[in-house]
Design a protein around this ligand. Sequence first.
Ligand SMILES: C[S@@+](CC[C@H](N)C(=O)[O-])C[C@H]1O[C@@H](n2cnc3c(N)ncnc32)[C@H](O)[C@@H]1O
Length: 396
Amino acid sequence: MALPELEHFFSDIQNAFDKSFLQRLVLSKYQGDEVDLERVTIRPVDIKSERLLSFLYQYKTNHITKNFSITAAIELLETLLGTHFKNAHLLSDEWETQLSFSKKGKILINRHRNKNNKSDIENTTLLAHNKEKNRFVEQSRPYLRELGITDANGQIIPAMSRKWKQINKFIEVLSNAIESTGLTQREEVHIADFGSGKAYLTFAVHDYLSAQLGVKTQVTGVELRQPLVDLCNQTATKLCLNGIQFEQGDVKHFAAKNINVMIALHACDTATDYAIHMGIRTGAEIIMCSPCCHKQLRPQLKSPAVLAPVLLHGIHLGQEAEMVTDGLRALLLEANGYDTQVFEFISLEHTSKNKMILAQKRKVERDNSLILQQIAAIKTFYGINDHCLEQLLESR
Ligand SMILES: C[S@@+](CC[C@H](N)C(=O)[O-])C[C@H]1O[C@@H](n2cnc3c(N)ncnc32)[C@H](O)[C@@H]1O
């Protein structure tokens, strides 16, 4: 027989499931024997006209799904909660409940009404064949309304649909990186977003980590423009959020410490280099940037004469400058202890700024002499003297 608090929790799950109000249940703070298991996310799913609960077991490098009837699911939860998982976050259309076990086994429950109660359950449940795309962000989150992504009924405002797609893709990429670096196991995660602008992504990352993953999070948005800083701080206050603040500052002079995740999305030109440098210097586990306007290298590039008819077109010269700038950034990250990927962040259909550089700090050091040779060879080939990130790293 489970403790009364747990009985109450399980009956909340059962009720929410019966009324089709269950949005999700996340089990975290795993303490069991399974190597690399980090979290289990449970959602309703309809399979062959039967509603089941889908358990998504999230490991560092892969995910496994198992489906259970509600009865089997609650039986399983009885064996898992408090023993294997020390945290559970239950979200239904009616209630939001955070359950945790202290080191001494005491149960702490924080239960309050879900103020974002929505009748459009399709948006938040994983139903048959996922008619709706499996989104990482729930449409009902309050910050989306406050930032003008959703309307008063929780629907995406058509003009904001690109931003909505971008937010989802960004959180998807980030969540995978967070899993593989194991950051959710930390007491507290520090995130800096350089060039935060209107802070759509800053609020999204704060909400994802603190509300969805239940991780204590401190997010700082750094932005050049004071009016945007004021606006974003007012929004955070209005939403009664803790652990998110905005500071006026120039990434080129900003003194940051203890950053775990460094984000710089569409920070102009060499602001991206300063942000990456800051990430490396503070030892961030994750560096995520989507560069824009590549001005520094373009006037320096010397290409072989044979390419002259191709590079005659300004657009090609711009593409070449972008490729070489970001290619060198990725190599410099590799040389400084980061496994780095460069990929399409979100297709051109949604935005023209579509490249992502994602770097994750290596756990084991590696000889970087070959990479340094490659960097030197590329610079010689193109006649490059100055690359902002390289210079910053040399002067650190
Ligand atoms: C294109 S917006 C991107 C905003 C946000 N990151 C996004 O992706 O939605 C770039 C922002 O970076 C800010 N910015 C540009 N250079 C900066 C610098 N050196 N330091 C801080 N912020 C900067 C601009 O004021 C602008 O708000």
